[in-house]
Design a protein around this ligand. Structure first.
Ligand code: ZN
Length: 267
């Protein structure tokens, strides 16, 4: 994907094995056969995005890392492929200048630090919402110990964000709280074009048809619903495409209006 002068590459770190109940107790496995397989499982990617703008090489989200985690309802997160995917694009860990974490859930921070708490991307500045630092690093939000240790030991690299701001030329962090207190979307813009990297503010495009489908991991469900609606409206603007960290195939799409709202995959 190209937005003006800026290159964007989706890179999957692994798989989020999701159950219908992730979207709400009222959601049945037969509701959307395009999403749930014969066993009622949705095999969603754990997505990251490489964004090249000028001399900056920016990674949006840091995946699950080389590990697995079991979740309620038989769901599972399985990571480990991010560095392989970056190498396939000719990018080493030392090339990354910035990592922007849309939020600090385990499947978005896993490659920030190794088991000793040492940064995996040796040159990178790490950007994230300040509200998430309070909730996950300082507070009681779930965070694996070596990632928390990395955050506490490498404070000079950290750039907590408490207002919408530019991170690199053409790359802006936009506060979109609800899924987590400090959730960010990343806006990539060049010329008349704009791409929204939605993180987990939208889990799946199916939520366009199913506005009562939430995310089990939402810290504030009502706020997450309002934020999602605001993002849909942004995605209705001309020249705007978007993709979330768990969208099937990590493909960009745009929101078209006509007979209701429809999600159209960008060719
Ligand atoms: Zn996630």
């Amino acid at each position: 994907m190209r937005i003006g002068d800026i290159d964007l590459h989706p890179v999957a770190d692994g798989t989020f094995v999701a159950a219908p109940g992730y979207f709400g107790t009222h959601v049945g496995a037969d509701a959307h056969p395009e999403l749930f397989d014969r066993d009622g499982t949705a095999w969603l990617p754990i997505g990251c995005f490489l964004v090249r703008s000028g001399d900056r090489v920016v990674l949006v989200d840091a995946g699950m890392g080389p590990q697995a985690e079991d979740l309620p309802l038989g769901m599972r997160l399985l990571g480990g492929q991010l560095l392989t995917g970056l190498r396939a694009l000719g990018v080493t860990t030392a090339d990354i200048t910035d990592v922007i974490c849309t939020h600090l859930h385990t499947d978005h921070v896993g490659w920030l630090f190794d088991l000793a708490g040492t940064p995996v991307f040796p040159r990178a500045t790490i950007w994230f919402g300040a509200g998430d630092h309070a909730h996950f690093v300082d507070g009681s939000g779930h965070m694996v110990p070596h990632i928390r240790k990395g955050f506490l030991q490498h404070t000079s690299r950290l750039r907590p964000i408490d207002h919408n701001r530019a991170v690199a030329p053409g790359i802006t962090a936009q506060l979109t709280p609800g899924h987590t207190p400090g959730h960010l979307c990343v806006v990539v813009s060049s010329g008349q074009e704009r791409a929204l990297l939605l993180g987990d503010a939208v889990t799946c495009p199916v939520q366009l048809d199913e506005p009562t489908w939430h995310s089990l991991a939402d810290v504030d469900t009502a706020l997450a619903d309002r934020t999602r609606e605001l993002l849909w409206r942004e995605l209705e603007q001309p020249g705007v495409v978007g993709v979330g960290a768990h969208f099937p195939e990590l493909r960009f799409g745009r929101l078209l209006r006509g007979n209701g709202r429809q999600w159209h995959i960008t060719p």
